[in-house]
Design a protein around this ligand. Structure first.
Ligand code: AMP
Ligand code: ZN
Length: 112
């Protein structure tokens, strides 16, 4: 298996606190939550970041956004923020595409 933390979580080799799973993606709670509700949604296939999204894999990203909408509805979240960090300067620490979903507190803009 690849030496990628989120590939290992997607494969079940490292446990996660799951929100939702299907054949394409996995949603799980962040281990270091930055809001009362903070979960991540990742594709099961390895994509490094938004910078590696192409016409060939874009359907996975569209699917992830449908999952975000559905799960937020299910969790009763009416206001939330979806964030993806790309590259070190933007704060990306895990080089596998993931969307943070944060909710349950006031958010500031612009983000730091
Ligand atoms: P980023 O810094 O944008 O790349 O986001 C990576 C996120 O993954 C951070 O918010 C971490 O807290 C989270 N994280 C790292 N390891 C785990 C883990 N084993 N389970 C859940 N979340 C994790
Ligand atoms: Zn990966």
């Amino acid at each position: 298996m690849s030496d990628c933390l989120f590939c290992k979580i997607a494969a079940g080799a490292i446990p996660s606190n799951k929100v939702f799973e299907d054949e394409t993606c996995l949603a799980f709670y962040d281990i270091d939550p930055q809001a009362p509700t903070h979960f991540l949604v990742i594709p099961k296939e390895h994509i490094g970041s938004v910078a590696e999204v192409t016409e060939d894999n874009a359907a996975v990203v569209a699917h992830i956004f449908t999952v975000i909408a559905q799960q937020c509805k299910k969790l009763g979240l009416q206001s939330y923020r979806v964030v993806s960090n790309i590259g070190e300067q933007a704060g990306q620490s895990v080089p596998h595409l993931h969307f943070h979903v944060l909710s349950g507190r006031d958010m500031t803009w612009p983000p730091g």
